[in-house]
Design a protein around this ligand. Structure first.
Ligand code: ADP
Ligand code: MG
Length: 289
């Protein structure tokens, strides 16, 4: 039978905005030794804003934006949402698209206005043998190709959540290692990790790479009788959420798939709630023993 204190622990956590799906997860949370944070939507808000458009010369900026926004209209990714929003703000009507395809960890492909549009990171275009210029920008660079020809770049920028640095600092003081995982490129990863105080980060990861990094850590951490926590928000994060000892989803902005795959949900999307949750879990564990 499950000691009553576990239920009060779950109740206390839920009163503080952390929904834990079972007493076993609360127990595991109290033994957290490493926390893997997904970057986008977890340590950062995940709400992007378009900050620049640079056409390659084959179409105007507005035409480029219209094309990408139309193609991105099929995607629920926060990057895609920011592009369609920017087009709507400029009063650009979107084109009909067909053959929409989301390419996980890379971007999208769709046919708009009879043109095959690719929009995403450099790997997406390089995979199609389209050469990509080196661009240094503050933000995530969306490279665009139309019918196999480089058409330009859009840059979208995200903001770090206010309490991310404080959460990382507290976790470190509690003896818990923090690791950041991201599909984004190395320069953005380095900048976000630096701002929040995380020294170990892994960039340019595919969703499967995140899973294998978590998997590799499990054995080592279990040998120390500690557990691995993964915090994420996206549809791509579901496998890592399921694999970690405790998968925690951001509940307010997170995808349904992430919330479903998770063992616990932070209802307010504040990383510092993780510190609260681990504190409650540790206390609950102490009372039981
Ligand atoms: P993260 O690991 O930061 O949550 P994702 O795995 O969702 O990021 O995506 C990794 C990268 O793939 C993004 O940083 C972006 O460069 C690119 N990408 C993914 N989806 C899209 C999209 N719909 N439009 C443009 N780029 C995208
Ligand atoms: Mg994400």
């Amino acid at each position: 039978s499950i000691p009553l204190t576990y239920f009060s622990g779950i109740g206390a956590a839920s009163g503080r905005g952390i929904m834990v799906k079972g007493s076993n997860y609360l127990d595991a949370l109290g033994k957290a030794g490493v926390v893997f944070f997904d970057k986008t939507g977890t340590l950062t808000r995940g709400t992007f804003r378009l900050s620049s458009i640079t056409g390659s010369g084959i179409m105007s900026d507005d035409e480029l934006l219209r094309l990408v926004a139309s193609a991105e209209n099929g995607s629920a990714h926060p990057i895609a949402r920011s592009v369609t929003e920017a087009a709507e703000k400029r009063g650009l009507s979107l084109l009909n698209i067909s053959d929409f395809q989301e390419i996980s960890g890379r971007g999208i492909r769709a046919v708009a206005d009879g043109k095959t549009v690719l929009a995403g990171n450099d790997r997406l275009l390089k995979d199609e043998n389209i050469s990509v210029p080196d661009i240094s920008a503050v933000g995530t660079v969306i490279h665009v190709a139309a019918d196999g020809v480089y058409a330009g770049t859009l840059v979208v920028a995200d903001e770090i959540r206010e309490d991310s640095a404080a959460a990382v600092d507290k976790l470190s003081k509690m003896g818990i290692s923090c690791v950041m995982l991201t599909g984004d490129n190395d320069s953005i990863a380095a900048s976000v990790a630096g701002h929040v105080g995380i020294s170990e980060y892994h960039a340019s990861l595919f969703p499967a790479d995140k899973v294998s990094l978590v998997e590799k850590s499990l054995k080592k951490i279990h040998e120390k009788n500690r557990t691995a926590v993964f915090v994420g928000d996206g549809i791509n994060d579901a496998p890592a959420l399921a694999l970690a000892d405790v998968g925690i989803a951001m509940g307010a902005m997170g995808s349904d798939a992430a919330i479903e795959a998770a063992d616990a949900v932070i209802m307010s999307d504040e990383p510092r709630k993780l510190v609260t949750g681990i504190g409650i879990a540790r206390k609950t564990g102490t009372i039981v023993r």
